[in-house]
Design a protein around this ligand. Structure first.
Ligand code: ATP
Length: 198
């Protein structure tokens, strides 16, 4: 099965594009979803987090204080690396295990931090969803209550747009309206179907 790694910066339109592939009956697996499940109460990763970060981060009921953790890793690069060292190998094996359950000509593996986490090798081909930084800020601001400064800081923590684009096999240009996406996805769907039979 051909594996397409879909990535892009915050608010570039990964979810919107992914939904269009789903409409073509293409299975999607999502690294963020796996990362989220890994820190559900009772999951082994939570015990590692408790050991590495202290009991302050996990309630007595075993629930991770996600906001505290987000704030911590945002302001402390060492803490960020420590959390990544716990989660990334588990996310990678979680993706691998989901892949073995799929039956389709190709699938989409959505990994927002594909390059930042050096997970490129999980995919045969890389698809980048792209728009300008100004559009990322405008769209995320509209979607949720986050300041432009915070969004910019997240963008700064991600790989630079030009480097991300230089690593792409395929690019979806999401600079126009959402209506412009369906046609681009359809063309890529046809390409991936043709590559999958090679
Ligand atoms: P994140 O990295 O935060 O998970 P994402 O890359 O998955 O974001 P989406 O959630 O798909 O991005 O899109 C971000 C927001 O921008 C959403 O509210 C979406 O509806 C909106 N959006 C996506 N594409 C466009 C577009 N072409 N024009 C206007 N708004 C758009």
């Amino acid at each position: 099965m051909l594996k397409i790694g879909l990535t892009g910066g915050i608010g570039c339109g990964k979810t919107t594009v992914t939904n269009l592939f789903v409409a073509h009956n293409i299975p999607v697996i999502d690294a963020d979803e796996i990362a989220h499940q890994l820190v559900e109460p009772g999951q082994p990763a939570l015990e590692h987090i408790k050991t590495a970060f202290g009991t302050d981060f996990v309630s007595v009921e075993g629930v991770l204080d996600r906001k505290k953790m987000r704030d911590c890793i945002f302001s402390d690069n060492y803490a960020k690396k420590k959390l990544e060292a716990i989660l990334h190998p588990l996310v990678y094996s979680g993706l691998q295990s989901k892949l073995t359950q799929l039956h389709a000509p190709y699938c989409i593996i959505c990994v927002p931090l594909l390059f930042e986490t050096q997970m490129e090798s999980i995919a045969d081909r890389i698809l980048v969803v792209d728009c300008s930084v100004a559009q990322q800020i405008e769209r995320v601001k509209k979607r949720e209550n986050m300041s432009a400064e915070k969004i910019q800081a997240i963008i700064n923590s991600q790989i630079a747009r030009d480097i991300r684009l230089s690593k792409a096999d395929d690019i979806i240009n999401n600079a126009e309206t959402e209506n412009n996406l369906a046609h681009q996805v359809k063309k890529l769907h046809q390409l991936y179907i043709s590559l999958s039979t090679l």
